[in-house]
Design a protein. Structure first.
Ligand SMILES: *[C@@H]1O[C@H](CO)[C@@H](O)[C@H](O)[C@H]1NC(C)=O
Ligand SMILES: *[C@@H]1O[C@H](CO)[C@@H](O)[C@H](O)[C@H]1NC(C)=O
Ligand SMILES: *[C@@H]1O[C@H](CO)[C@@H](O)[C@H](O)[C@H]1NC(C)=O
Ligand SMILES: *[C@@H]1O[C@H](CO)[C@@H](O)[C@H](O)[C@H]1NC(C)=O
Ligand SMILES: *[C@@H]1O[C@H](CO)[C@@H](O)[C@H](O)[C@H]1NC(C)=O
Ligand SMILES: *[C@@H]1O[C@H](CO)[C@@H](O)[C@H](O)[C@H]1NC(C)=O
Ligand SMILES: *[C@@H]1O[C@H](CO)[C@@H](O)[C@H](O)[C@H]1NC(C)=O
Ligand SMILES: *[C@@H]1O[C@H](CO)[C@@H](O)[C@H](O)[C@H]1NC(C)=O
Ligand SMILES: *[C@@H]1O[C@H](CO)[C@@H](O)[C@H](O)[C@H]1NC(C)=O
Ligand SMILES: *[C@@H]1O[C@H](CO)[C@@H](O)[C@H](O)[C@H]1NC(C)=O
Ligand SMILES: *[C@@H]1O[C@H](CO)[C@@H](O)[C@H](O)[C@H]1NC(C)=O
Length: 763
C-alpha cells in the first residue's frame, strides 16, 4: 500500500509530531516517531442506520490535498477524504478534512456532512454520537508504552467528574459524552513534563461530544454530533483539535487554550475589567450564612443592609442567590424579579439604600410556566417542566436593561448542566444550545454586563470562547458540602482551574467562611469550616472572585484582608494556582487516586518571576525541584516565617512532607529570585514581598523593579491606597531578613523601596 506521509513542521520546536495518512483514509499521529494515536472508523448515522468505513457502507472515493490560510491561525495544508453515503437512493458526498497547521502545533479534523440534511426518525442516545470523525483507539501500543490521561468531566468546569488513569483499552476515559470535555494525554515516564496532547472539540461545542465506544477488545474515542440531535442541516461542518506541546501538562493546556482563544478572537479584556473579579465582594449562595436565611426577626432587605453596614470590610458588590426571585413548576424561575416577602420595596430601592453598591444576581433554568413565554419566544418542554428563551427577540436585552436599573453588574447563570441535559429541545435541536448562550452573551455585551457560569459542563466553558462577556466560572462544588462534611474538600480546584483559565475565564472557588464556627447558620449545628485560611488563600490565588459569606458577627476581618489592598482590590498572582505536572502524572499513574494537592503559581514583575508553592492533603512525600514549577533557582521561605530563608535550586530542592502538609493543615512557600550587587563583597538580596498578604508579590502592588547601571542600587516601586502602610520583607546578605514599613504617598499612592549594599529604606 502506498503511504502518503505528511510531516508537520512546528515553528520553534524541533520535536517531531507527524500525521501519516494512507490511501484507505487511515491516519496515525506520532510523537518522536512513537505511535500515539491510531485512527478507527469514520461513520454517520442517518435513516436509522449506521454508514461506516468498517463495513464499507461508507465508501472512500477520493483523497485530495489543498492549502489555505486562516486569518487567526495562519496557513494550513489539508488532506480531504471524500466519502460517498448512499442512503434511500440519494447519494451524499461527505468530506473529512485533516488540517495540518504550519504555525500552531496542532491538527484539526473537520467533517462536512454534505448538501443534504441528515434526519432521523429514531434518534440515538444523547450519550452517543451520530457522526464519527475523527476516532482514535484508546490503547497501550506496546509494553514500553507508559502513557497516562486525565479529563475534565461533569459540572463546575469539569470538576465533579474529573478523572485520570492509564491510557489503555480497559480504561474509562469518557464516562459521559454530555458531561465530558477535553482529554489530556501525556507520557508517564516523563512524569507529565515534555510531550502532551490535548484533544478537544474545536467548534459547535453545544452540539458535539467526545465519547467512548467499547467493543469486545477495543476501546475507541469518537468525536461527533450528539446522538440525540434529530437533524444535521445541509453543509454542516464540525471539528475537533489535537494539540501538541512539548512543554508539559500545565503549559500544554495553556498553549492549547491560547490557540482556542485565538481561533475565536477571544481576549481577556472583560476578565481584566470585571469589578467582581478585581474586588472583594459578599456572597449569599449555598454555603453563605444568609442562603435562604436571614438575621432573626429581619427580612432579607434588612439583613443585606446590615451586611453592608455592619461588616467592616471594603465590599464592592453583593451577590444575591436564588432566594430572591419567583419560582414555578419544578422550582424553575417563573419571573426574575424580587419577591415582596424578600425585598418588599423592590431591588431599585434596596440598591439605593445600599448606597448604590453594585449587585451580582443568580439565575437558574426557566420553568415551564414562566411568565415571559407570553411575550417572548421560548422553547418549551412540558415533560421536564422547563422552558428556554430561543433568543431571537429582545428577551435578554429587556431583562438586562431592567436589571441595570437596580444595579446589576454581574449575571450569574447557574444550573447550566440541567438546562442542557434535563431539557429535551437542547438535546434534539442542533442549534438551540449555542443560540441560547450566544443571545444571552450578545445582550450582555450590549448592556455591558458580565456573566458568571455556574454548574457549567466543559462544553459551556468551551462555548464561552465565543461569548466575550463570560468572564469567570465556578470550578468547585457548592461550599455547603464542605461545611456539612469537612472530609469533602471543596477548595481543591487545582485541576478545574486549568480548563477555565485556558479558555480565558477566571476560576471561582465559591463563597467561604473566615471563622470556623458560625452558630445559627442554615447548615446545622455541626457545620464547620476546619481551615478558614486555606479557603481565603485559595480564593485569592485562584485569580477569581474572593467572596466571603460570613454571618455579620463572624467575619474575621484581618484574615480576609490578607486577600486585598486596604480598599478591597484583590492582590493576585498572574495565573491561577494549579496542580503541578508531577502530581497530575501521579494521579494517572496511581489509577485515578490523587496523591495530594500540590499547586504552584507565579507573578512576573519586569521579567523577574516569583513563585508560590502550596501543599495540603498530601498522601505521600514529594521533593520539588525548581524545574517542576517552571522556576529558576532562588530563595525560598515559608509563609509563616520570613526570618528563615533557604536556597532553592537543583541541589537544594524542597521537601513537601505528607505528615506536615496534611488534610487539616496548609503549607505555603514563596520563591524569589536572588540578585547580586556589583559591590566588592557581592551583596545578595531578594524581594520576599508583602508580608501581610497571601500574594506576597502581585502586579497590583509592585509596578516595577529596576537596578541602576552600576548595579549598586535597586528601586522597587509600589502602589496602593494613599497613606496605606505596606510591610515589605527583603532578604539581604548583610542585613539578613529585613522588614520596611512603606507608607504610600498621599499624593499618588506610590512608594519606593531603595536597596543598596548597606541599607534598605522606603521613601
Ligand atoms: C498506523 O499504525 C498501525 C500500527 O502500527 C499500522 O498498521 C498502520 O499501517 C499505520 N497507518 C498509517 C496511516 O500510518
Ligand atoms: C426513504 O424513502 C422512502 C420511499 O421513498 C420513504 O418512504 C422514506 O420516508 C424515506 N426514508 C427517509 C428516512 O427519508
Ligand atoms: C478526486 O478529486 C480531484 C480534485 O477534485 C479530481 O480531479 C479527481 O477527478 C477526483 N478523483 C476521483 C476518482 O473522483
Ligand atoms: C504544504 O504544501 C506545500 C505545497 O504542496 C508544500 O510545499 C509544503 O511543504 C507543505 N507543508 C507541509 C507542512 O506539509
Ligand atoms: C450546500 O453547499 C452547496 C455547495 O456549496 C450549495 O450548492 C448548496 O446550495 C448548499 N445547500 C444548502 C442547503 O445550503
Ligand atoms: C516516553 O518518554 C520516554 C522517556 O523520554 C521515552 O523513552 C518513551 O519513548 C516515551 N513514550 C512515548 C509513548 O512517547
Ligand atoms: C489500564 O489502566 C487502568 C487504569 O486506568 C488500570 O487499572 C489497568 O491495570 C490498566 N491495564 C493494563 C493492562 O495496563
Ligand atoms: C476573528 O477576527 C478576524 C479578523 O478580524 C476575522 O477575520 C475572523 O472572522 C474572526 N473570527 C471569528 C471566529 O470571529
Ligand atoms: C423566533 O423563533 C420562534 C420559534 O422559532 C418564531 O415563532 C418567532 O416568530 C421568532 N421570532 C422572531 C422575532 O424572529
Ligand atoms: C484527614 O485524614 C484522616 C486520616 O485519613 C481522616 O481521619 C480525617 O477525617 C481527615 N480529615 C479531613 C478533614 O478530611
Ligand atoms: C511595621 O508596622 C507594624 C504594624 O504597624 C509594626 O508592628 C512593626 O513593628 C513595624 N515594623 C517596622 C520595621 O517598623
Amino acid at each position: 500500500m502506498r503511504l502518503v506521509v505528511f510531516l508537520l513542521v512546528i515553528v520553534g520546536c524541533w520535536c517531531d509530531v507527524r500525521i501519516l495518512i494512507d490511501e484507505d483514509g487511515g491516519y496515525n499521529i506520532t510523537v518522536n516517531n512513537q505511535l500515539w494515536l491510531r485512527s478507527s472508523r469514520t461513520a454517520i448515522y442517518t435513516d436509522t442506520q449506521w454508514y461506516s468505513t468498517e463495513d464499507n457502507s461508507l465508501i472512500l472515493t477520493n483523497v485530495t490535498v489543498a492549502e489555505g490560510d486562516d486569518p487567526n491561525l495562519g496557513s494550513w495544508n489539508q488532506t480531504t477524504l471524500t466519502y460517498d453515503l448512499v442512503s434511500n437512493q440519494t447519494s451524499t458526498s461527505i468530506s473529512a478534512h485533516i488540517r495540518q497547521w504550519n504555525i500552531i502545533s496542532a491538527f484539526t479534523f473537520h467533517l462536512e456532512t454534505g448538501d443534504n440534511a441528515l434526519t432521523d426518525r429514531i434518534a440515538l442516545d444523547m450519550e452517543q454520537v451520530r457522526t464519527v470523525f475523527p476516532s482514535f483507539y484508546i490503547e497501550k501500543i506496546d509494553m514500553n508504552d507508559q502513557r497516562g490521561f486525565f479529563t475534565f468531566e461533569g459540572l463546575m468546569s469539569g470538576e465533579t467528574g474529573k478523572h485520570a488513569g492509564n491510557w489503555n483499552a480497559s480504561s474509562r476515559v469518557i464516562n459521559s459524552g454530555m458531561q465530558g470535555g477535553p482529554v489530556v494525554l501525556f507520557n508517564l515516564t516523563q512524569r507529565g513534563e515534555d510531550d502532551v496532547l490535548v484533544l478537544s472539540p474545536f467548534s459547535h461545542f453545544m452540539a458535539t461530544s467526545l465519547t467512548q465506544r467499547n467493543k469486545i477488545l477495543d476501546s475507541i474515542l469518537e468525536y461527533g454530533i450528539i446522538g440525540s440531535m434529530s437533524s444535521i442541516p445541509a453543509n454542516y461542518t464540525h471539528s475537533m483539535i489535537v494539540f501538541y506541546s512539548q512543554n508539559g501538562i500545565n503549559e500544554g493546556i495553556r498553549e492549547w487554550g491560547e490557540t482556542m482563544q485565538r481561533a475565536f478572537n477571544r481576549t481577556n479584556e472583560n476578565r481584566l475589567n470585571d469589578l467582581t473579579i478585581n474586588y472583594l465582594g459578599y456572597y449569599t449562595d449555598n454555603g453563605g450564612y444568609y442562603y435562604y436565611h436571614t438575621e432573626d426577626g429581619m427580612n432579607y432587605e434588612e439583613t443585606m443592609l446590615n451586611v453592608a453596614h455592619k461588616i467592616p470590610l471594603p465590599f464592592h458588590y453583593i451577590q444575591l442567590d436564588s432566594w430572591w426571585y419567583f419560582k414555578g413548576i419544578g422550582n424553575g424561575v417563573s419571573q426574575w424579579t424580587a419577591r415582596p416577602d424578600v425585598f418588599p420595596d423592590g431591588l431599585a430601592v434596596l440598591h439605593r439604600r445600599l448606597e448604590n453598591i453594585p449587585l451580582a444576581a443568580h439565575n437558574r433554568y426557566w420553568s415551564y410556566d414562566t411568565v415571559y413565554k407570553q411575550k417572548y419566544a421560548f422553547a418549551l418542554d412540558p415533560g421536564n417542566g422547563k422552558a428556554l428563551p430561543i433568543g431571537n427577540d429582545s428577551f435578554w436585552i429587556d431583562l438586562f436593561v431592567e436589571a441595570r436599573n437596580w444595579g446589576l453588574v454581574l449575571y450569574e447563570q447557574d444550573w447550566l448542566n440541567v438546562q442542557t441535559i434535563d431539557f429535551l429541545p437542547t438535546r434534539v435541536d442542533i442549534n438551540l444550545g449555542e443560540q441560547w448562550l450566544m443571545s444571552m452573551g450578545e445582550a450582555a455585551k450590549q448592556t455591558e454586563m458580565n456573566i458568571q457560569y455556574c454548574m457549567s459542563l466543559p462544553r459551556h466553558i468551551l462555548q464561552a470562547l465565543q461569548i466575550p462577556r463570560v468572564t469567570h466560572a465556578r470550578v468547585s462544588d457548592d461550599y455547603a458540602v464542605h461545611l456539612k462534611d469537612s472530609t469533602r474538600s471543596q477548595w481543591n480546584i487545582g485541576i478545574s482551574s486549568m480548563l477555565a483559565d485556558a479558555i480565558g475565564l477566571a476560576p471561582f472557588k465559591d463563597v467561604l467562611w473566615s471563622t470556623s464556627l458560625q452558630p445559627g447558620s442554615p447548615y446545622g449545628t455541626s457545620s464547620k469550616e476546619i481551615l478558614p485560611e486555606r479557603e481565603i488563600l485559595i480564593a485569592t490565588l485562584s485569580t477569581g472572585p474572593v467572596g466571603p459569606g460570613d454571618g455579620i458577627d463572624y467575619a474575621n476581618i484581618q484574615s480576609i484582608m490578607k486577600c486585598c489592598r486596604r480598599d478591597g482590590l484583590i492582590l493576585k498572582p498572574d495565573r491561577p494556582l494549579t496542580t503541578i505536572n508531577t502530581l497530575v502524572a501521579d494521579w494517572a499513574f496511581y489509577n485515578g487516586v490523587i496523591q495530594g494537592e500540590l499547586y504552584s503559581t507565579q507573578t512576573t514583575i519586569n521579567d523577574r518571576t516569583f513563585h508560590i508553592i502550596f501543599a495540603s492533603a498530601m498522601k505521600r512525600d514529594y521533593t520539588v525541584y525548581p524545574s517542576m514549577i517552571g522556576s529558576e533557582s532562588g530563595i525560598i521561605w515559608s509563609y509563616d516565617n520570613a526570618q528563615i530563608t533557604a536556597i532553592f535550586d537543583d541541589t537544594h530542592p524542597l521537601d513537601v512532607l505528607a505528615n506536615k502538609c496534611n488534610n487539616e493543615t496548609i503549607c505555603l512557600w514563596y520563591v524569589s529570585p536572588l540578585w547580586q550587587f556589583n559591590d566588592p563583597i557581592r551583596t545578595k538580596y531578594a524581594l520576599l514581598g508583602e508580608w501581610s498578604k497571601w500574594t506576597a508579590v502581585s502586579q497590583q502592588r509592585f509596578t516595577s523593579i529596576t537596578t541602576n547601571k552600576e548595579k549598586t542600587q535597586a528601586i522597587i516601586t509600589l502602589q496602593g491606597v494613599a497613606s496605606e502602610i505596606v510591610p515589605i520583607v527583603l532578604f539581604h546578605s548583610t542585613l539578613h531578613t529585613i522588614t520596611v514599613n512603606c507608607s504610600m504617598s498621599t499624593e499618588d499612592g506610590q512608594a519606593n523601596v531603595i536597596v543598596t549594599p548597606t541599607h534598605v529604606m522606603c521613601s
